[in-house]
Design a protein around this ligand. Structure first.
Ligand SMILES: NC(=O)c1ccc[n+]([C@@H]2O[C@H](COP(=O)([O-])OP(=O)(O)OC[C@H]3O[C@@H](n4cnc5c(N)ncnc54)[C@H](O)[C@@H]3O)[C@@H](O)[C@H]2O)c1
Length: 330
């Protein structure tokens, strides 16, 4: 039996006895398991802990926590001794439906989220919805945004643009059926499966997988410019709204997709200069143009579409102003 080292988020301490059901037992290492821990410093701390515990290449690393912890532990696993086996136990909805699927991991540097990372698949992922019992509502909603995004991307992938439909209503309905909030175990598995299908088609993210970044160009810049004081899902929800406007979706479609999104909050008041700087550093950009997932015209095989920075910032400022007026009136 390989020895196991279990890196877990402080917030799931009370759930740890459940790990015995899955044969997970070993040396425990507690971290906060938040976005701030996706850092070079925490990466080195864990590596030093593994070395200090004589952790061998044949041993097993286990990550128990939300998407932030899994991104960090996945990165450690992929680089420690050029790669060791890792098991993921996602404990947030977002971790279950999104972060534990697809093999992406990473840590952040100031102003650039996920700037260092690899693609590395866990040996196994354990989905146990009992962990969700202690998850705050806003974190559940945050995960639900990614479920909606996956369903919408899938529906675009299968739509028939030549019929004039942006979303084939039947496909859309099929994908969303059973994904209503709150999610059942079956629908969590369905959301994982929808994401997996896209990842399997394009594991190296050279084409269709770019569509899964829908909402994330704006979302990532927003969360970084707010020093991660907003949940990932809420930032992505604002991203989806803005990116629909930037991509020029017809109003009826923007409204239809927005009606599925769970947060009721206005676009936050942000420092648009700071936001703009972060946006310009997005790794998918080309020269001065900002890259977005081309969910609308991807049948032309261009999975990314580029817009001038000025155009993007203008829309961001318009939406921020509109939301601000709307929320102060109502
Ligand atoms: N690798 C990928 O493909 C991928 C995909 C999507 C998101 N992500 C990353 O995932 C991260 C966001 O993940 P997240 O939304 O899970 O947030 P998170 O990991 O930051 O967790 C949010 C908070 O919930 C706490 N928590 C975790 N499980 C809990 C539980 N069962 N009960 C109570 N509290 C609990 C955590 O300790 C943390 O404080 C971001 O860094 C994002 O970039 C990665």
């Amino acid at each position: 039996m390989p020895r196991q080292i279990i890196i877990y988020a402080k917030s799931v301490l009370s759930h740890l006895p459940r790990l015995h059901f899955y044969g997970i037992e070993g040396v425990l290492y507690e971290i906060d398991g938040e976005e701030k821990d996706k850092s070079w410093e925490m990466y080195l701390k864990i590596v030093d802990f593994l070395i200090g515990n004589d952790f061998k290449k044949s041993d097993l690393l286990v990550g128990v926590g939300g998407g932030a912890l899994l991104d960090l532990v996945g990165f450690v696993a992929s680089t420690y001794m050029r790669g060791v086996d890792v098991v993921f136990v996602p404990t947030t909805l977002l971790g279950m439906v999104d972060a534990s699927v697809g093999g992406k991991n990473g840590i952040n540097r100031p102003f650039l989220k996920n700037s260092i990372g690899t693609t590395y698949f866990p040996k196994k992922t354990i989905i146990d919805t009992a962990f969700l019992a202690t998850l705050p509502e806003e974190q559940l909603l945050s995960g639900y945004v990614e479920v909606i995004k996956i369903a919408v991307v899938h529906s675009f992938k299968n739509c028939h643009l030549n019929k004039g439909d942006f979303i084939d209503p039947k496909t859309h309905e099929d994908f969303l059926r059973g994904l209503e909030y709150p999610l059942s175990e079956k629908s969590i598995e369905k959301a994982r499966d929808l994401k997996r299908q896209i990842v399997d088609e394009d594991p190296d993210e050279k084409g269709i997988r770019y569509l899964l970044n829908f909402g994330h160009t704006i979302g990532h810049a927003l969360e970084a410019s707010m020093d991660f004081s907003i949940t990932h899902g809420e930032a992505v929800q604002h991203g989806i709204r803005l990116e629909m406007a930037i991509l020029g979706f017809p109003t009826w479609l923007q409204e239809k997709i927005a009606s599925f999104l769970p947060f009721k909050t206005p676009f936050p008041r942000i420092d648009s200069a700071k936001f703009g700087k972060i946006l310009q550093r997005d790794k998918k950009n080309r020269s001065c143009d900002i890259a977005f997932s081309n969910v609308v015209h991807h049948k032309m095989r261009d999975f990314l579409v580029f817009f001038p920075y000025e155009h993007v910032i203008k829309i961001v400022e318009e939406v921020m102003l509109d939301d601000c007026l709307y929320s102060s009136n109502g």
